[in-house]
Write a protein that binds this ligand. Structure first.
Ligand code: ADP
Ligand code: NI
Length: 221
């Protein structure tokens, strides 16, 4: 990937502070630590690629949750604020457009009804975000999210849904069903081969967890 210039490095630092101010008190699993993990993972995945702009990868990773419908009440307002912020820091218009094309189309829920073709940079950020939804941290985040939204952990009478629209996806009822409706599907949806590989191990962690969870659930029946 194209190396980061000194000026871009400065902009990245400012973007990071902006994101921290927006997400530092999130209690739904989309906190600043999630962003830091996604940025690091995206940087690692980007190393495998000769093409693309690393700056676009890293800024998109930083900003991907700041305009998310789950986090902000008014998405258009949040998008306008981010756009003005980038313009004020002299980010090239082409980069701003590339960043917005990524952060407004990369989410799992957005891709339920329509599959968006992302750029190489977008595919990397999407993979990094999705890797953070699986494995041990993914399990933690799912229960954390479920608790924050008042969902119960599990009810064997509520079957996971096979196919959902975007609105139905948001009305999930149990945390365990979220594993079947999303998390176990992510490994097959990874774009890059490094992420595919990492996803295999993390998915096995989910499968072991589900098996243990159900064994304990049924133990005293
Ligand atoms: P995206 O932003 O790609 O649409 P989500 O909002 O589905 O992704 O997921 C972001 C994080 O929140 C993931 O760690 C995911 O597991 C968790 N999460 C989202 N929806 C639920 C849910 N209904 N139950 C439990 N965890 C959820
Ligand atoms: Ni995210």
């Amino acid at each position: 990937m194209e190396k980061i210039t000194e000026k871009e490095q400065e902009i990245l630092k400012t973007v990071d502070k902006f994101v921290y101010s927006k997400l530092s008190d999130d209690k739904t699993g989309h906190d600043y630590a999630h962003i830091q993990r996604v940025v690091k993972m995206a940087q690692r995945l980007a190393q495998d690629s000769a093409q693309g702009r690393l700056f676009v990868v890293l800024v998109s990773a930083e900003l991907h949750d700041v305009i998310d419908e789950k986090i902000v009440a008014d998405q258009t307002k949040a998008e306008n604020e981010v756009r003005s912020f980038l313009e004020a820091h002299q980010v090239f218009q082409a980069d701003i457009d590339a960043i917005f094309a990524i952060i407004t189309h990369m989410s799992f829920s957005k891709n339920l009804e329509h599959h968006y073709q992302l750029t190489l940079e977008g595919q990397i950020v999407q993979d990094a975000d999705r890797l953070d939804a699986i494995g041990a941290i993914g399990i933690g985040r799912a229960f954390y999210y479920g608790g924050a939204h008042g969902h119960i952990m599990y009810d064997p009478k509520i079957a996971p849904r096979q196919k959902m629209t975007h609105d139905e996806y948001r009305q999930n009822e149990t945390v365990i069903n979220h594993f079947y409706e999303k998390l176990l599907k992510l490994a097959d949806l990874m774009n890059t081969s490094a992420a595919k590989q990492a996803a295999q191990h993390r998915t096995a962690v989910l499968e072991d967890f589900l098996q243990e969870f159900k064994a304990e659930w049924n133990q005293n029946k």
